[in-house]
Design a protein around this ligand. Structure first.
Ligand code: PRT
Length: 112
């Protein structure tokens, strides 16, 4: 089996989340259960997962960090879906930022 690109893997997950949203039972699907709970609960989970990433980065192994980062990315995708958004919207913003130095952008805001 050929390894998927980062984008392919995230797109597969995004499609899966959309399928579960329309067709699955909250008793048998974690995705359906969380989407049923709504953005507030999912946002809380994203906050928790982000904290777990930060803790793993400073106090745990690289493998722990990668696992927590996977949880965070997954829950971020759930949060975007719960707000009728998607990673596509996020990558569009990232591509518009290409070539703009983060420091220049910050300084231009200070000048306003
Ligand atoms: N990638 C994931 C994925 N990553 C993490 N999780 C779940 O996210 C949940 C929350 O993580 P935690 O470590 O916080 O779990 P917890 O200890 O139960 O925490 P609490 O909920 O009790 O606070 C766990 O139940 C994990 O199993 C995921 N659940 C599903 N997916 C993907 O979504 C697909 C559909 O899942 P279902 O909707 O459940 O069929 C799966 O096939 C996977 O591809």
């Amino acid at each position: 089996m050929t390894e998927k690109t980062i984008l392919e893997q995230l797109e597969i997950l995004e499609s899966l989340i959309q399928e579960r949203r329309h067709a699955n039972d909250p008793d048998t699907s974690y995705v359906a259960k969380m989407l049923n709970k709504g953005p507030k609960k999912i946002a809380q989970k994203v906050g928790e997962e982000a904290t777990e990433v930060a803790i793993a980065a400073v106090a745990e192994t690289k493998e722990d960090l990668e696992n927590e980062a996977a949880d965070l990315l997954f829950h971020l995708q759930l949060l975007l879906a719960s707000k009728d958004s998607s990673l596509r919207a996020v990558t569009t913003i990232l591509s518009q930022r290409m070539g703009i130095s983060g420091l220049d952008e910050k300084n231009s805001r200070k000048a306003e």
